[in-house]
Every structure is written in structure tokens, then in C-alpha cells.
Design a protein around this ligand. Structure first.
Ligand code: ZN
Length: 282
């Protein structure tokens, strides 16, 4: 296989930010659950001599600024995953704008680097998303998954499989903004990572990566640091969250990074848009 780029992105949030925790709010006896998972991921990237993108919830810059600095110092891209991890379509336009603008400003100050990428919590975006991203200084979005519609799981139904101008997703999107969609399994149309790597096993993810690569699509994967830690039993958290989290996921990340793909930051894939490979289709 020729060297094909891929991206392993990290949705850098603590378990307390995750929607799965909403029904259990206040019942965990530790804060910052998932912290150890960040260390594990940084070590795995270093061991594989790979770099990635950390879509970071910017309130972590207040509680754990040193950790965000370490991510940037290790050569990884710091991008935004909002300030508070609230569901964007639930917010007013002014609040959405503040989540975008405020998170970018805080992350840039802490990481001492430009922040140009964005990923929405639960991959759910509002109708004015690209307009607001442009207004608040972003260059690319990575909130679209070309997967089947599962109510309450992912935003809408999309059919954009490779990095494209954002107009491929929303014809009214401002020019110059790129979309880097997250990888899904062709045919099955479920994401290659997230819950699905834990349900179907890492071989499902690896098979999907090779399938996409044969079609010339760089796979964009995502993991959460809290998936890599041994989560304590928390009342009210759905059982599916505990399926294969911890040791299985730590090994899965190592196996993904051991594939012959060249792991690059998502921004690198976004920068390729407009250089002749801007096709929106599969
Ligand atoms: Zn998230």
C-alpha cells in the first residue's frame, strides 16, 4: 500500500463533558475523568512518531492549562471543541457565536498557536454553522459524518466523504472554508470509531480505513480520552459506555497507529482542499 495519509483526532474533553454523563450529573466522585487517557494518547502518538489533532473543550484551559500546553508542545494541532461542550443547536445564535469565538481565543492563548479547526459536540451543527465559523476566524470544520441518521446521535444525513469545500455540505457556506468529514464504513454507513470501534472491535475500524484508502479517501478517526481509562461505576451512565472502554481501547489506539498510514493533523488534510482534489463525492 502506498503511504496514504490518515488522521487520528482526539475529542479532548473529560467524561463530565460527555452527553452520556448528563443523566448522571453530579454523581461522579472524581472530576477530570479521562485525564489519564490524554497521557496515554500522547505516549501512543510519541511511540508511533505520529501527530494528531486535539479538538479541545476550552474550559480545560482554565482547569488544566499545562496539559493543553503539552499537547501543543508535542507538535499536535490544537483545535476547538467549543468552550463548554453544550449542544450547539440548543443555543441561541449569540451563544453559539460566543462558544466558537471564546474557545478559539482561549485555546490560542494557552497553546500559543493558531487555532483554525473546529468540531461540534455530538457532531451536531446548526443552520448558520459555517457562517459563524467564518465570522469567528476558523478555516475548517470537522463535524460532518457521512453516516445513516440515528436520532439523538449524529446531526444530519450527509454524503461528503473526503475533505471538500464547505459548500459541498451547505451551498450557502462561505467560500474558503473547508469540511474534513469523519470516516464512516461505506455501505454500512456507521462511523469507524467512537462507540462503533468498541461495539464492532478494532478490526472493523482497520478494515474501514483500508477500504477508504483504496478509494483515495484519507480516514479521519476520533477517540475520547475517557474511553481509554478504567471508568468508575457511575449511577445513571448508559451501559454501552462501559463496553470495551479502558484496556481494550488503549490497545486499539496502538493498533491503529501501527498501520502503515501517515498520521497527520486534520489541518493538513483541510489544507489540501482547493489544490485540485476538491471533489465532494465518494
Ligand atoms: Zn465531544
Amino acid at each position: 500500500m502506498p503511504t496514504v495519509p490518515a488522521a487520528l483526532s482526539v475529542d479532548f474533553e473529560f467524561f463530565q463533558h460527555a452527553p452520556a454523563y448528563r443523566t448522571a450529573a453530579g454523581t461522579a466522585d472524581r472530576s477530570a475523568l479521562g485525564l489519564d487517557g490524554v497521557e496515554t494518547i500522547l505516549d501512543a502518538f510519541a511511540a508511533a512518531d505520529a501527530t494528531g489533532t486535539f479538538f479541545t473543550v476550552s474550559d480545560i484551559t482554565a482547569s488544566h492549562p499545562g496539559l493543553v500546553e503539552r499537547v501543543a508542545d508535542a507538535g499536535h494541532e490544537v483545535a476547538s471543541h467549543t468552550h463548554s461542550h453544550r449542544h450547539l443547536p440548543d443555543l441561541t445564535r449569540a451563544k453559539r457565536r460566543e462558544e466558537l469565538r471564546g474557545s478559539r481565543r482561549r485555546l490560542e492563548a494557552t497553546a500559543d498557536a493558531d487555532v483554525t479547526g473546529f468540531r461540534a459536540p455530538s457532531f451536531d451543527i446548526a443552520g448558520d454553522h459555517f457562517e459563524l465559523l467564518d465570522e469567528t476566524g476558523y478555516g475548517y470544520d470537522s463535524s460532518v459524518v457521512p453516516c445513516r441518521s440515528i436520532p439523538g446521535w449524529y446531526g444530519g444525513e450527509f454524503d461528503t466523504w473526503r475533505p471538500s469545500p464547505a459548500t459541498a455540505v451547505d451551498p450557502s457556506a462561505p467560500a474558503g472554508l473547508a469540511e474534513v468529514p469523519v470516516a464512516a464504513m461505506p455501505g454500512l454507513r456507521l462511523p469507524l470509531t467512537g462507540t462503533w470501534i468498541r461495539f464492532f472491535g478494532v478490526r472493523y475500524t482497520l478494515a474501514g480505513m483500508y477500504w477508504l484508502a483504496r478509494r483515495g479517501v484519507a480516514p479521519v478517526l476520533y477517540v475520547h480520552p475517557w474511553e481509554l481509562v478504567n471508568l468508575p461505576e457511575i449511577r445513571g451512565v448508559p451501559e454501552r459506555i462501559y463496553v470495551r472502554s479502558g484496556a481494550y481501547m488503549r490497545r486499539a489506539v496502538e493498533r491503529i497507529l501501527a498501520t502503515p498510514f501517515e498520521f497527520v493533523p486534520v489541518r493538513t488534510l483541510a489544507e489540501g482542499v482547493g489544490e485540485g482534489d476538491a471533489g465532494a463525492g465518494r
